[in-house]
Design a protein around this ligand. Structure first.
Ligand SMILES: [Zn+2]
Length: 271
């Protein structure tokens, strides 16, 4: 089996009372939460009239860890962005006293709206993040969204220097797992903590091979490819992870799990 680039996936969320691809409702609820928290918006660019927005702590403090959470690279992996919305709804301004938090809530708006993996131009937004001489570089695989992010690499590198979490889903799975990156060869508390937060909601994938990568204890550890998260770690993020919730399971449960893994990431990064 492989992931189809244009197969459409739609789910209904009970807790949000709308369809997983209701982009107008998503942006509207997101804007409410961001205003409540006072986070600062920077639009990195537009894809077919939809903004790719970056949000940052209202008043970043030099001594605090700089961490970045991203979601919505693949359009059919909808519980990531909705999970971020839930995570935000449970957050208070207090969080900004322990971390400098930055967010990319929806990187691939056209894919999200259609409910399919790739963007409207048929590109994979989580590939084509090349690295040369310690800098992110475009490759033949780079998407429009990717090019926007690569253009802002100095900013994104600074905002993620103490950690990057990116939230994905796996439409072929009933089980959860995590791609983890740590400076040590072996995975540590950071990686296992994220896995365990997902394991509150789903069974952890058994040891085997996912997409040709060795999966051990629910983790694919220090596997470098041309993804956004891999790139940020290679250009300087201290640690990183890509969480994978199982999209063959209940949508609201996946939203809850995404919210939980984001909270765990913040907790484990807080000084
Ligand atoms: Zn994905």
């Amino acid at each position: 089996m492989s992931r189809s680039s244009f197969q459409q996936f739609h789910w209904q969320s009970q807790q949000f009372g709308c369809a997983s691809n209701d982009i107008d409702r998503f942006y509207s609820l997101l804007s409410e939460q961001m205003q409540r928290l006072g986070m600062l918006k920077q639009t990195l660019g537009d894809i077919e009239n939809y903004p790719v927005d970056l949000y940052c702590s209202p008043a970043p403090q030099k001594q605090l860890p700089d961490i970045l959470i991203s979601a919505g690279f693949h359009g059919e992996e909808a519980a990531g962005p909705w999970g971020m919305l839930k995570f935000l709804s449970q957050l208070s301004e207090q969080v900004f006293t322990s971390v400098n938090l930055s967010l990319l809530p929806l990187v691939n708006p056209t894919g999200f709206k259609a409910g399919h993996r790739f963007n409207i131009h048929g590109e994979n937004p989580n590939r084509g993040f090349g690295v040369a001489d310690g800098n992110a570089v475009e490759t033949e695989e780079s998407s429009q969204e990717g090019k926007l992010l690569i253009k802002q690499q100095a900013l994104l590198q600074a905002l993620s220097q103490d950690g990057i979490l990116t939230c994905h889903e796996d439409v072929l799975q009933h089980h959860c797992y995590v791609y983890s990156f740590e400076p040590e060869q072996a995975a540590g508390n950071f990686s296992y903590g994220l896995r365990d937060s997902l394991a509150e909601y789903f069974l952890v994938a058994e040891d085997n091979s996912i997409d040709g990568c060795p999966l051990d204890d629910g983790l694919i550890h220090n596997h470098y490819d041309s993804s956004f998260e891999s790139c940020l770690v290679r250009i300087g993020a201290k640690q990183g992870a890509c969480s994978e919730t199982p999209a063959l399971e209940d949508f609201d449960q996946r939203i809850n799990a995404n919210s939980a893994v984001m909270q765990q990431f913040v907790n484990s990064s807080a000084s």
